[in-house]
Design a protein around this ligand. Sequence first.
Ligand SMILES: N[C@@H](CCC(=O)N[C@@H](CS)C(=O)NCC(=O)O)C(=O)O
Length: 209
Amino acid sequence: MAELTLVIGNKSFSSWSLRPWLALKQIGLPFREVLVLLRRPQTKAEILRYSPSGKVPYLTDGSLGVWDSLAILEYLNELKPEAGLWPSDRGARAVARAGSAEMHSGFPALRQHLSMDLKRKPARGEWPSEATADIERVRAIWTECRQRFGSAGPFLFGGFTAADAMYAPVVTRFHRYGVSLDRELEAYRDAVLALAAMREWIDAAQKES
Ligand SMILES: N[C@@H](CCC(=O)N[C@@H](CS)C(=O)NCC(=O)O)C(=O)O
């Protein structure tokens, strides 16, 4: 297999980059990481050196380039199906894909008002009612997944899946902005935050200038 390269943005706030990076670490596929600093005048040109979409994350596997976080997760699942990035049960898999797709295309108020900021000290934030509605919806998805499919482990579908990678940035938002969770969801949040790969990402984020 050719060397995998993942182009990402700043670890402190590039939530889309965290998703495939975390999945790669969790399934144990070696990869080279290229970090492009975002929000600078030269950012677009730098990303375009790698990714024709002008966005990160971007995965290369030899001459193949895959843009978009969710497509990268699908590709990783195909590279290493035995890692179980999608649940093996068909119903669970359908729900994992639906929840991941909803994360990928939705929650604009959550993104805007509780943006991922790993340098923020955990403290109760304030947000408008549209963001509260998004938070409620995330809580409902997590609760359904945990209750129906999560009995075999601490993650949404028991073992770690692509759905956990998709929601990992939300876990950090809920933590940093002091979003209250019931005991079950608190345990889920803490299980994600305790992953060695999450700690590695967060440590690196906090060292970014
Ligand atoms: N739908 C894309 C969104 C990717 C995206 O918006 N990435 C942001 C960084 S988190 C980006 O590259 N922005 C370009 C810029 O800041 O110039 C995905 O899922 O990968």
